[in-house]
Design a protein around this ligand. Sequence first.
Ligand SMILES: *[C@@H]1O[C@H](CO)[C@@H](O)[C@H](O)[C@H]1NC(C)=O
Ligand SMILES: *[C@@H]1O[C@H](CO)[C@@H](O)[C@H](O)[C@H]1NC(C)=O
Ligand SMILES: *[C@@H]1O[C@H](CO)[C@@H](O)[C@H](O)[C@H]1NC(C)=O
Length: 249
Amino acid sequence: MWLPTISFVALVTASAQAALPLPPFLTKCTTREPAALNACATENARRAVAAIAATGDRKYGVAPFDPAFIEKLTVEENGFFLEFSNMTISTLPRGSWHIDSVDLNLDNRYIHFRYSTPTLVLKSNYRIQGRILLVHLKGSGDCEVRYENYSASNTVFFDVVKNDQDGLRYVKLKNTILDANVTKSTYKFNNLFQGQETLNKAVLEIANQNWKEIYEDTKESTEEAFGQFVTSVLQSVFNLVPYEDVFPQ
Ligand SMILES: *[C@@H]1O[C@H](CO)[C@@H](O)[C@H](O)[C@H]1NC(C)=O
Ligand SMILES: *[C@@H]1O[C@H](CO)[C@@H](O)[C@H](O)[C@H]1NC(C)=O
Ligand SMILES: *[C@@H]1O[C@H](CO)[C@@H](O)[C@H](O)[C@H]1NC(C)=O
């Protein structure tokens, strides 16, 4: 397994002052009956994605997330170094994040989401140094990674924490577990060998023939990075909505 550690910087707009009224895309769920509560949570998630994915919400301090912009993402291990910068992540067709389901467990304090998109496209600048599939790489340039039929199962655990300033309780997200499957991944990295085009092409061809192996090898670290990103988006929404305003007592 290569690529285990990640330092991650997401660009989230500065959050506004505390305790704004509930944003128009959220409605309070009033029941604790599980099926009705999950239906309410799913409806909220779908409306939020429709309302803010492309534009974010400046008033609530939520950055856009389709496309998402990630300033820098670094992976380093045992002499292997890979850095992405100015990365955008978008769905194809545009705006096609689909919330398949939301399970909200208030007693055990977790939210389980399933979401999917026909194609997830990651475009970025990169720098790489190290070995993949026995090949020594040292290069930098632009790259594009595509995931077809991206489907994620994502559990986010949370605490409910009282804010001393306004005396209200807020959702504070803790760890996240993400599992994502694809039916194909495609890798395009320009200038992998500092201008040796023929070698670059040959290595990419091998990589794309062996996409499944590469997907599996990078699964843990991409899920970790993506999980952190999703958490930062969700937290920015929860930061400004007191627990009592969205969840049943
Ligand atoms: C990222 O984009 C900004 C703005 O376009 C540019 O100034 C900067 O050089 C880019 N950074 C990298 C590492 O490509
Ligand atoms: C991914 O595939 C594995 C193995 O088929 C399956 O157990 C898991 O539920 C799938 N996860 C998602 C999110 O589809
Ligand atoms: C994506 O899933 C659909 C429906 O299951 C399938 O027909 C299609 O071939 C898949 N796309 C790729 C690129 O694997």
